[in-house]
Design a protein around this ligand. Structure first.
Ligand SMILES: Cc1ncc(COP(=O)(O)O)c(C=O)c1O
Length: 385
């Protein structure tokens, strides 16, 4: 049988979002092995890649399902065949709750489920109303799993740790269409604290707050089935705590430049950059005062909220990228690339970068001389609702 002829990486038009599939696969396996060895479930965050096929790849490696942040992201995952989706965020609009209730009931017949976080009585009320609109039998036969979110330091969503969670848990227990599934405790800012000591200290406090909340609930006769949370910067501490049963890390799969700027922790797994923007030099200028190469990738092709992209280390160069606006990036340094040359960039922040693209080009065999194995659709691109 003839070997299929895959296009060479040089044929990828630019700017393009490219996944190094070999590096991604190694990241995926490292994280799953870590979770398995530590006896915790892995539920990777799919808000990062927004792609059902990548979610299915994570699940077939051992993940219990995926997290998303928005009901429309959940719908995109379910449409792509993912059967276990947790919306790790608050949902208030009744129409959105109804969407989740419908998705949950559709998945129930396939042994799947949707679950959701809450931090208010109104959120619980709306979710119950949406579930009841399916009819009493449907609602009772496949109740919605609900996690009560506590604010463990992020200062975003969540009730304060301790007794405040009790009122929500009791309200959930009074609804036969809802089931208290546990606590959501995620500290986003802790992920990006630069030193290993700062991250360790932040999560030590998080764990105390979770323990305090669990104890308050247990004193009221309520057991907490699961604590879920953690991200790429701190998951090893949550896993070691003995309190968390599920890790929600997402960025480990692609590993962006911002995460790479964290000081390495000896307790931390190392992940490789697997997401790149392929760009081309479209203008070159060498004068007595300025030497620069301009590439065709600006901030319409990569997000800049967590810093500018960095040139791929594989170029072996000292180039510094500066912002050239919507469609341009400017490189300065020694031995700059020439007109028409390819420059690979590592985005500063993977999640919003992915959301700028319709597709990701999956490359096998390395960026320098690999081939295009497959195109991966960003199914939940623009799924913001
Ligand atoms: C609730 C929640 N869990 C988990 C994550 C995953 O974090 P990361 O992609 O940094 O691993 C995020 C990311 O923002 C999040 O908001």
């Amino acid at each position: 049988m003839d070997t299929p002829q895959y296009p060479h990486v040089s044929s990828i038009d630019t700017p393009a979002l490219v996944i190094d599939l070999d590096a991604m696969q190694r990241n995926l396996q490292r994280m799953q092995q870590f979770a398995d060895q530590h006896g915790v479930r892995l539920r990777p965050h799919a808000k990062m890649h927004k792609s059902a096929v990548l979610a299915l790849q994570q699940i077939s490696a051992g993940a219990v399902g995926v997290c998303v942040q928005k009901p429309s992201e959940a719908a995109a995952m379910v449409a792509g065949g993912v059967k276990n989706v947790y919306v790790s965020n608050e949902v208030i609009a009744l129409s959105k709750c109804e969407l989740l209730a419908r998705l949950n009931s559709g998945l129930a017949v396939q042994n799947g489920r949707i679950s959701v976080a809450v931090d208010s009585l109104l959120g619980i009320e709306r979710m119950a109303q949406a579930m009841e609109s399916l009819g009493a039998q449907a609602a009772a036969s496949a109740p919605m799993d609900v996690y009560v979110e506590i604010d463990v330091g992020q200062g975003r969503c969540g009730v304060p740790p301790g007794m405040a969670a009790l009122a929500l848990v009791l309200a959930i227990s009074q609804r036969s269409c809802l089931r208290f599934a546990g606590l959501q405790a995620y500290h986003g800012r802790a992920q990006h604290l630069r030193t290993a000591a700062e991250r360790r200290a932040a999560i030590a406090q998080v764990v105390q707050q979770v323990q305090h909340t669990k104890a308050a609930l247990e004193a009221a006769g309520i057991s907490v089935p699961l604590v879920t949370g953690a991200g790429t910067g701190t998951f090893m501490h949550e896993a070691a705590s003995g309190v968390y049963g599920e890790l929600q890390a997402g960025s480990y799969l692609f590993m962006d430049a911002d995460y790479a700027a964290n000081q390495a922790d000896p307790a931390q797994l190392q992940f490789e950059h697997a997401l790149f923007v392929k760009s081309t030099v479209i203008s070159r200028s060498s004068t007595a005062t300025d030497d620069r190469a301009v590439v065709d990738a600006g901030h319409k092709s990569h997000a800049i909220d967590s810093g500018l992209p960095i040139p791929w280390a594989g170029h072996g160069a000292d180039w510094v990228f500066s912002n050239g606006g919507d469609e341009h990036g400017i490189l300065r340094g020694s031995h700059l690339p020439e007109l028409g040359d390819t420059v690979w960039l590592v985005p500063g922040h993977c999640d919003p970068t992915v959301n700028l693209h319709n597709q990701m080009v999956g490359v096998r065999g390395g960026l320098a001389d690999g081939y295009v194995e497959r195109i991966i659709t960003v199914d939940a691109r623009g799924a913001l609702t």
